[in-house]
Design a protein around this ligand. Structure first.
Ligand code: SF4
Length: 315
């Protein structure tokens, strides 16, 4: 079992992705209403070595030496990865020793205006920052940043990062109906997108339990105005359901306590379906179900029903 690595998981946009956790849950510079990792408990802009850089590098070296098939190694997890001051050293280690693997950074973008960080990210192949609002009031409602962060600073940071960095840049917009989908809000986002010039925009919406219960999945009708406004300027994609490889029939020899540890390791980062757990642990659903039922019965995890099915999450 690894402490800082998770997966590989089947990701909606990146294919088979090995996740790397760089900050403890839930350390972030924002507290988004839709966050799949729950509410932010450490709201900060301070960059420091939240986990020992050498230990993360050690786990990566151990995992990658086996030559696993991956589409990406992704800095993501339950918090904002750019807060980790060793992110550059970790990315350089991967590219130096395992140059065939591509690195992706999923970030809220709040620190990308920092020239030192931008240099540290030179080894990263793909950066996916978020921009859910381009006016101050909506930004505060949806992303709930600390008092020192403003929406205009975030947009300036994204635009300057885009100008100075060679990496591919996909901009993610998380649509929360009733919060950022008014014509005024969409027009402000359009102007910001024209300024930032990302390689593409990805429209995302909640498909698993988020930080606030009232946030739901945006319908196609609610996503369409974003597509219409942005498509003349940039390629727009709507992120769909992940294709979760079927693991039925596989039943590795693994103890119930190891299955339980694996399940906890996944759901402490974000709520997961049975199929996602089965795929990530490479175990048949029949092997996982009795363990997960026992954990739910003992009150160790919660079950929540969403459109996409039952999600298991940490209490
Ligand atoms: S969605 Fe990302 S930026 Fe927003 S609170 Fe969660 S980890 Fe932080």
């Amino acid at each position: 079992m690894y402490k800082y690595l998770f997966g590989p998981v089947s990701s909606r946009r990146l294919g088979i992705s090995l996740g790397v956790d760089l900050v403890p849950p839930k350390t972030c510079s924002m507290d988004c209403v839709y966050c799949e990792a729950g509410r932010t408990t450490c709201l900060t802009l301070e960059r420091r070595e939240y986990y020992p850089t050498n230990e993360i590098i050690g786990e990566l070296g151990n995992f990658l030496s086996g030559g696993p098939e991956l589409d990406y190694i992704t800095f993501s997890g339950a918090g904002e990865p750019t807060l980790h001051s060793g992110i550059g050293r970790i990315a350089e280690f991967i590219k130096g020793k395992y140059p065939d693997y591509k690195i992706c950074l999923i970030t809220n973008g709040t620190l990308l205006g920092d020239a030192k960080l931008a240099k540290e990210l030179a080894a990263v192949d793909l950066v996916i920052p978020s921009l859910d609002a381009a006016d101050e009031a909506t930004f505060r409602k949806i992303n709930r940043p600390g008092p020192l962060l403003s929406c205009s600073t975030l947009i300036n940071s994204l635009a300057s990062f885009r100008k100075t960095c060679k990496t591919s840049l996909w901009l993610e917009i998380f649509v929360v109906a009733g919060l950022n989908d008014s014509p005024e809000s969409i027009e402000a986002i359009r102007k910001a997108v024209v300024r930032i010039k990302p390689d593409k925009v990805q429209l995302n919406s909640l498909d698993r339990p988020g930080a606030e219960k009232w946030v739901g999945k945006a319908s196609e009708k609610e996503l369409l105005p974003f597509v219409k406004a942005l498509e003349p300027h940039v390629k727009v994609e709507i992120i769909g359901k992940p294709s979760v490889p079927e693991q039925e029939g596989k039943s590795k020899t693994i103890s119930a306590s190891d299955v339980e540890r694996g399940i906890l390791d996944l759901v402490r980062r974000r709520p997961c379906t049975l199929a996602e757990i089965s795929s990530a642990l490479a175990l048949g659903k029949g092997r996982i179900l009795p363990v997960i039922d026992a954990m739910a019965g003992a009150g160790r995890i919660k079950v929540e029903k969403m459109d996409r099915g039952l999600f298991y999450k940490l209490i």
